[in-house]
Design a protein around this ligand. Structure first.
Ligand code: 3H9
Length: 686
């Protein structure tokens, strides 16, 4: 039950918000908080106040369940105004995460004290809105327009030490000291008769107007179709006006976005994320196994990236490669990657060394013996993986979890190479590991429930987003990706260029078109996979036969300047496509952008319906997350399943039916799961 308490600590009122799990600013909390602040201000015996939170975190924002519904005052923006009017100093004591309305509350306090592991941010854009508690006006006054603009348009959190450097917090203390330090600071402020620091009164440093123009252009390019970041620029730009005028502008933008479709969609994504980390059939009291030491086999990009993720959260890891040269190369690459990520995150050099020190390189597989979890990230070939698992079976300690980082192979077949298939599962990390949150957690027929629970808990500890999938080839993401690749190849044969197709998909909202993405990932792995399964994609195959494997060979669907990453149209590709067309007797035709999008997105929906039917995917929300976080489906469209509901499953069915006949493609025949939903008059979300 939500509560806001006031405790007198001498002359200081300690106001404590207690609303588990994350102290969201629900209506009850707002009413309680406004009342306690008023009480503290009215009481002559009280000289100052501290606002702190019970439980694991400071206020993590507005209550997302209440957002978008009619809201009763006092709103967060009113409480912030109330704090501005306080004649006595108020200090925020921050631990955990101060997010959204939570950070806005702290910004309206006059001083801020934070625990060293606290994180602060305004993540509203991720929900399709902008901060609506004065954050767009106070943050630029606290830390400068440029940094505020980055934080508000990107929605990312910053750590306590970066917040201290930026001037967002006044002091950092140890976790147990946050409250007492805040109280001591409040006393000091009173004793020294320091003037109250109100951000609303602080002058804003002048910035050139082109800062905003550039930000808008950049966001329109990178986050096409996504409204909130662009509106966030408008709100921050308004901070150069008088405070009250800027605030009015923020409130108007906030209210508009709250009524718009992108908020509804992104709220769906938020709740799908929370849902995904719970597998529906696992008993809630299942005890995960303890993971104190990990081992990673293979030092390629994936193995190195996975090892780093462990070290980054303080879990020691043995990194094994039996080839000395590969191990040395892998370690050098890993260090380079970690150094650049440490720079981006403001990680001190000593901390970087400490974390890197948690990675112990080894040339011997037997060094995996002590690990509680072993992740294999060797060459993507079934026999190679089965051999490694056979050996690991004889080495790993009893109860150790054995995971494969395959992106496509049959995890059941890998598990069968051991005498302990119950301890085996797949952990499909995405590349680059440090930047990609998604992990498909692949459960086989034999995976023990506590092994799955351990993997889910561990992935969250690594700050990843785990989604449970079944052990069918390609799982969920790559299975759907193949459907799109087949249709993309057909579009090329039918007459459209790689650039036209990529352009249509970027306009739809993907950060990159399918061919630019394929060139980046490399064309050879999927080529090998197709050959092993006897599948032909005429254009992709012809490019690979010509040695065009994508960026790494300087040419694929596009060509690349030496060391360059920009895809450039290539006559050689056009010639190869023309040859394929001639061989197959296809007369090229032009196809409109809208039709290109349909031919590439509807097959995703069709395959997803089959994956749901077969149980390989558990929930439509899981599929949406996999495609948003693993493949760049625009989050503001909600993922392929949510998008299908928006267009109407009947429309998707009709179009697929037409395409299946026109193109003579069996895989495009509407899946039974789609037909059934049409008949029942419901979508994927009921
Ligand atoms: C905002 O503030 C707008 C303002 O500008 C407007 C003016 C006021 N509300 O993620 P977890 C629930 S917009 C309601 O698993 P973690 C969540 O559903 C808001 N519920 O934990 C889950 O419930 P359940 C801006 C919330 O430790 C449980 O808490 N703020 C909210 O991995 C645990 O969550 C944000 O966008 C909420 N605001 O991560 C912050 N937040 O157990 C969103 C969480 O029933 N939240 N819940 O499934 C987060 O980023 C993470 O939850 C957080 C904790 C980092 C806080």
């Amino acid at each position: 039950m939500a509560e806001v308490r006031l405790e007198r600590v001498g002359e200081v009122a300690l106001i404590e918000i207690d609303n588990p799990p994350v102290n969201a600013l629900s209506e009850t909390v707002r009413i309680g908080l406004a009342a306690r602040i008023a009480e503290a201000m009215a009481d002559d015996a009280i000289k100052a106040a501290v606002i702190a939170c019970a439980g694991r975190t400071f206020v993590a924002g507005a209550d997302i369940n209440e957002l978008g519904k009619p809201r009763q005052p006092p709103l967060t923006v009113d409480i912030a105004a109330q704090l501005d009017d306080c004649a006595k100093p108020v200090v925020a004591a921050i631990h955990g995460t101060a997010l959204g309305g939570g950070l806005e509350l702290a910004l309206a306090c006059h001083w801020r004290v934070a625990a060293p592991d606290a994180r602060l941010g305004l993540p509203e854009v991720k929900l399709g809105i902008v901060p609506g508690g004065g954050g767009t006006q106070r943050l630029p006054r606290a830390i400068g327009v440029k940094l505020a603009l980055d934080m508000i348009t990107g929605g990312e959190m910053i750590g306590a030490s970066a917040a201290l450097d930026a001037g967002l917090v006044d002091e950092i203390v140890t976790r147990s000291d946050v409250r007492s330090t805040a109280i001591a600071l409040a006393r000091r402020v009173v004793a020294e008769k320091r003037p109250i620091k109100r951000l609303r009164d602080r002058a804003i440093e002048p910035v050139p107007a082109e800062l905003f123009t550039r930000a808008r252009a950049e966001l329109a390019r990178r986050r096409r179709g996504f409204e909130a970041p662009l509106k966030a620029v408008d709100a921050v730009a308004a901070a150069i006006m008088r405070f009250d005028d800027g605030l009015k502008r923020e409130q108007t933008i906030f209210a508009e976005l709250l009524r718009g479709p992108q908020f509804e969609t992104l709220r769906h994504v938020f709740f799908a994320e929370r849902e995904a980390t719970k597998a529906p059939d696992l008993p809630a009291d299942l005890k995960p196994r303890e993971i104190a030491l990990a081992a990673v086999i293979g030092t390629g990009t994936m193995g190195g990236g996975i090892a780093l993720s462990f070290a980054d959260v303080g879990i020691p890891v043995t990194l094994i490669d039996t080839d000395r040269a590969a191990l040395e190369r892998g370690l050098a690459m890993l260090r380079r990657n970690f150094e650049s990520s440490a720079r981006r995150r403001n990680l001190p050099a000593a901390e970087l060394d400490r974390r890197l020190g948690l990675i112990k390189p080894s040339l011997r597989l037997v060094d995996a013996a002590g690990a509680d979890l072993v992740i294999e990230a060797v060459f993507e070939e079934l026999d190679v993986k089965r051999t490694v698992f056979g050996k690991l079976d004889g080495i790993a300690k009893a109860g150790a979890i054995l995971a494969t980082n395959t992106s496509f192979l049959d995890v059941d077949a890998i598990a069968e190479a051991t005498k302990r298939p119950q301890d085996v599962l797949g952990l499909h990390f995405f590349s680059p590991v440090h930047a990609m949150r998604l992990v498909e957690v692949v459960r086989t027929r034999a995976t023990a429930p506590d092994v799955l629970a351990t993997a889910l808990a561990l992935m969250r500890r690594l700050r990843k987003l785990p989604v449970v999938v079944g052990a069918a080839p390609g799982f969920v993401g790559n299975r759907m990706l193949f459907e799109r690749a087949r249709e993309a190849d057909r579009l090329l044969r039918d007459g459209v260029s790689p650039a036209e197709i990529d352009h249509a998909m970027v306009e739809f909202g993907f950060p990159m078109g399918p061919f630019a993405a394929a060139d980046l990932a490399g064309l050879d792995v999927s080529w090998r996979m197709r050959k092993a399964r006897g599948i032909a994609l005429p254009v992709a195959d012809a490019l690979c036969e010509a040695g065009r494997f994508g960026q790494k060979t300087g040419k694929g669907y596009y060509r690349y300047e030496a060391g360059g990453r920009e895809p450039l149209a290539d006559d050689a590709t056009d010639r190869i496509i023309a040859e394929v067309r001639a061989r197959l007797g296809v007369t090229p035709q032009s196809i409109a952008a809208g039709a290109i999008v349909e031919r590439l997105v509807y097959p995703l929906i069709n395959e997803a319906a089959r994956l749901l039917e077969s149980g390989v995917a558990l929930r439509p929300g899981d599929i949406d997350l996999i495609w948003i976080y693993g493949y760049g489906f625009p989050a503001w469209r909600g993922g392929p399943m949510f998008y299908a509901d928006q267009i109407g499953v009947a429309n998707v069915r009709d179009r697929l039916d037409h395409l299946a006949r026109e193109l003579g493609e069996e895989a495009l025949v509407p899946a039974p799961g789609i037909e059934r939903r049409v008949k029942e008059g419901r979508g994927f979300y009921g």
